[in-house]
Ligand binder design. Sequence first.
Ligand SMILES: *Cc1c(COP(=O)(O)O)cnc(C)c1O
Length: 393
Amino acid sequence: MDATGLGAQYGRIGPEVARVMAEVVARGQFILGPEVAELERRLAGRAGAGHCLACASGTDALLLPLMAWGIGPGDAVFVPDFTFFATAEVVSRLGATPVFVDIDPVTFNLDAGRLGAAVEAVRARDPAMHPLPAAATAGAGLRPRAVIPVDLFGLAADYERILPVAARHGLAVLEDAAQSFGGSAGGRKVCGLGCHAAATSFFPLKPLGCYGDGGAVFTDDPELSRTLASLRAHGRGRDKYDNVRIGLNSRLDTLQAAVLLVKLNILDEEIAARNAVAARYGAALAGSAATPPAVPPSRISAWAQYSVLLPDRDAVLAALTGAGIPAAVYYPKPLHRLAALLPLGYRPDDFPVANLASERILALPMHPYLTGEDTDRVAGEVLKATMRVVRGT
Ligand SMILES: *Cc1c(COP(=O)(O)O)cnc(C)c1O
């Protein structure tokens, strides 16, 4: 079974991709060619955001707004404990401290009900109120500055509840939409949900992927947009040899922008196809031991992953692998137990929901080019394996 769908997708758009790439090569403007500006215009329009700036990766798309806000040592940035490492890595990279928040057991996203307590615990320097990193109780403690909710597996986080809490505490909100571009909430598109900034990734396996690395930042704030444009180009000022701040080299290749313009044309169809696959999985697995994430009403997931919780995940994973079905675990460890983040000083049993998710979660094959037959076979093997586990055979 095709694990990614990229081959089937190429079968569909291959000739057009070849044509636009040949055009870029013939023209020779490999850096910030007109395709990049056109892509930024179209992405901003689609998301309903005032500004879009393409950059070199989803990780840089998270890093750049934090840099623009001057996040650094002594600052606390609130991050869900169950996500890809990069969400917290960018915080530590700047010398700031990630303060983890447990996830909601139903959506797997940041538990909005715990965010306020986490901020207050940092202010009070009191780990009895919420698990805190060692830096929050040492020296002068930490200043709460920002929160990075993650739209995990393609489902927008609960911004309706997060944004008011953030506003009350003066936190900047950076949406990590690396997995969710193409999704929506309350009729508004991801990356246009009212956060101070949003970051997405064009890594090949994301819902909108290019043929290499790429990312983009979205914001409605014109001043932030100007700062981001400077930061991604070595902190340029009036021109590229007038450097006014310490920045990065973080641009999207013209070739990747050309590929993305082609893929953007079929994104809505692909998101609809992913939703059809998810619905078919959901119907087949209903009432079984495999629990899929619930999509709250008025949200449409981009279904980067279709992950279910299973009481005996490792046995089911082995059975699926044996049947030639490409299943995978995202993520085998919550952030607070990753080696690179152990120095933060959390305890292993902090964040019980994230801990349980890491033991039970299993991603089934998910892409727009799975057939009904594929989906039924996967669901059938999951049901067979969970029954075997229950019977103990
Ligand atoms: C993929 C991903 C990133 C990083 O994106 P890259 O383009 O790989 O740098 C950040 N956050 C989350 C949640 C991701 O899934």
